[in-house]
Design a protein around this ligand. Structure first.
Ligand code: H79
Length: 627
């Protein structure tokens, strides 16, 4: 499949998944998966004959190698004589990883163990296409070495296996789909049968805790064709076969992509926006490559990787972080460095990762992520709040104390009111990558629903209006806070430019001069939620003191020394009189009931005012100097 169509597919599938999973359904973990669900952090190892070439595991396809040239110039030269299983297992252990998945066979078809399945040969048909038989490496069994070293470190040993095989005599690379074409239906049947025998070898010899499949990229729910030869029912059959060999082995979804087969989803280099409806694992590279690529020095920082792992766990996933050893079996220096730095963080903070599950809250904070476990809520702070206060939504649980994993004996002071727990923080972050706060609570942390917070605010103008008159015009705004049953749905109003307009506590906006402003309503419940509306202020009146309905207004004398305005209207009388000060704020109001009336302004201090007489249809504006 071409890259763009592959991505499109992935996007569509992701969108479907997001809509399905929006409900954030909880799931139960079968007992055989408990260790995996609690492990949270594992090591992926891409190691194969491609590691010798150092152009990544896709070189066979990307560089258009023929089978024979690839076999003799790449695979035959692979000699990982410096492969040290102990070193790798310790590296994983120090980084805090609990399981390890190594490629037994990638798409290139080269087998990392001594297979006895006769069809997995080189092109001459004389030599088995595996590490002990096809190379000068000798008879060492590196999968067994690694399994033993993992066991010594209490790390679960797991295997990766590619369903598609660019080398096998049944298949040729399809240069358009990047998948492979089967030679015939019988070749397909034979290959699948042989593949199962290989998997039987792997399961019975190495007892992998996880079988991690890949190279399953047809979405074929129907009958096989020669180019789309792997189908959903093949995937189901493969799953059942493995389950019959080993009741405990955990199998990923890629026994056939995107039919939700297998035991867990595995988004590649991606983190779903919300928890999925079953267990999942994000696999990620440290640089841009899975298999060793000589020129790829584009390493992510330890902080980036730690933060992504935390994001994954906060959404209830596992994180499988890759290394790509070189052809000689050694691990690239930079990978070692990054893993050791992650290990330093894990040495202090792993309690917030192992057996930790997703955030108890519906939304994620701006400063980082939450993870939780019985008795503890972990707040992972990436961005240190400027104001020295960390706000966490209140819990139903009582809080015994709060501290950081960097300094467990120092209690952090806090207050819990109006739906938020507020922690008083030191000026600087103890760990700029991620400081983890522990809220020591009774029971499983659960968001309190007693105080329902505002999640959205919508502002509307009276009668839908978004413009007002320049000269003393005003507009009543209202803010609706959602959800409608929010405990405190009141707001505070502000305007972006107080030279242009002012707003009172009730949302009455009054113009001062031409301009465009943004009115903001901030929720008073400290949720930091705000609604915004742009308002245009311009001169809508003609200024000739004539109403559009031919009504005229006369005000005399002006100003009145005795503090009385005499107002005479002709035509249909207006309904309201408002007097504004020079700041545009209303200072007096009067409901008009007669065409001609007097109005007492003696209480006004001396100065300039605007008189506005209006009804729904039109406005009359008059300047007043009170002396
Ligand atoms: O083993 C690693 C990848 O080699 C394997 N999965 C991870 C764990 C993988 N194989 N295929 N894919 C992932 C997805 C296919 C991506 C492709 Fe492309 C995009 C194939 C063609 C376009 C990447 C870019 C590979 C070749 C060009």
């Amino acid at each position: 499949m071409k890259e763009h169509s592959y991505r499109l597919y992935a996007l569509i599938i992701l969108m479907i998944q997001i809509s399905i999973h929006a409900s954030k359904a909880q799931y139960t973990i079968p007992p055989r998966m408990e260790w995996w669900y609690e492990a949270r952090f594992g090591m992926f190892i891409h190691f194969g004959s491609y590691s010798y070439l150092g152009h990544g595991e896709w070189a066979f396809s990307e560089e258009n190698w023929t089978k024979s040239a690839y076999q003799t110039q790449v695979s035959a030269n692979f000699n990982p004589s410096d492969f040290n299983a102990g070193t790798i297992a310790r590296l994983a252990k120090n980084a805090g990883m609990k399981y390890l998945v190594i490629t037994a066979k990638h798409h290139e078809g080269f087998c990392m163990w001594e297979t006895d399945v006769q069809s997995f040969k080189d092109i001459t048909g004389t030599t088995m296409y595996d590490l002990p038989d096809y190379t000068a490496f000798g008879t060492r069994d590196i999968l067994q070495e690694l399994k033993d070293s993992c066991e010594a470190q209490d790390i679960k040993f797991c295997l990766y296996y590619s369903i598609l095989d660019w080398n096998h005599s049944s298949q040729e690379i399809n240069r358009h789909t990047y998948y492979s074409n089967m030679a015939s239906e019988s070749a397909r049947t034979d290959y699948i049968a042989d593949m199962k025998v290989q998997l039987n070898e792997l399961i019975t010899r190495y007892h992998p805790a996880v079988m991690w499949f890949d190279g399953d990229w047809t979405y074929n729910a129907g009958s096989p064709t020669l180019s789309s030869w792997w189908t959903k029912s093949d995937g189901e059959d493969l799953y059942n076969y493995l389950r019959s060999l080993d009741t405990a082995v955990i199998i990923n979804e890629r026994v056939c992509r995107s039919f939700s087969l297998g035991d867990f989803d595995c988004p590649e280099k991606e983190v779903p926006d919300t928890p999925l409806n079953r267990p999942w694992e994000t696999c990620q590279t440290m640089n841009n490559s899975w298999g060793y690529k000589i020129w790829d020095q584009n390493y992510k920082t330890p902080a980036t990787l730690i933060r992504e792992m935390v994001k994954v766990v906060s959404r209830d996933g596992n994180y499988l972080l890759n290394i790509g050893p070189k052809g000689d079996g050694t691990v690239p220096e930079q990978s070692v460095k990054v893993l050791n730095q992650i290990g330093e963080w894990m040495a202090v903070n792993s309690e917030s990762i192992y057996a930790a599950t997703r955030s108890p809250f519906a939304s994620e904070p701006v400063w980082g992520y939450y993870t939780k476990k019985p008795g503890k809520l972990f707040a992972h702070v990436f961005e240190w709040p400027d104001n020295g206060i960390l706000k966490i939504p209140s819990l139903v649980n009582s809080i015994k104390k709060i501290y950081t994993l960097t300094e467990t004996t120092t209690s952090i002071s806090f207050a819990d009111s109006n739906g938020y727990i507020r922690l008083s923080l030191p000026d600087t972050a103890p760990d700029p990558m991620n400081t983890v706060f522990v809220l020591d609570v009774s029971g499983i942390p659960e968001a309190s629903s007693e105080f329902i917070k505002v999640t959205d605010i919508v502002i509307t103008g009276e009668n839908g209006a978004k413009t007002i008159d320049t000269y003393g015009g005003s507009l009543q705004l209202s803010a609706t806070a959602y959800p409608l049953d929010a405990t405190d749905n009141t707001v505070s109003w502000t305007v972006s430019d107080t030279n242009v307009a002012c707003i009172d506590a009730e949302g009455l906006l009054t113009a001062k001069q031409d301009g465009t402003i943004t009115v903001t309503a901030v929720a008073n419940d400290e949720s930091d939620i705000r609604g915004r509306l742009r308002i245009t202020i311009s001169n809508q009146t003609t200024g000739d003191q004539q109403f559009r309905d031919q009504t005229t207004v006369r005000i005399f004398p002006n100003p009145n020394e005795h503090g009385i305005l005499n107002i005479i209207q002709t035509g249909k009388p207006k309904s309201e009189l408002v007097i504004y000060d020079i700041y545009g704020c209303p200072v007096m109001k009067h409901v008009i009931s007669e065409k001609s009336f007097s109005f007492d302004i003696s209480s006004l201090s001396t100065g300039f005012y605007t008189i506005r007489i209006s009804d729904d249809a039109s406005v009359f504006i008059h300047k007043l100097i009170k002396s």
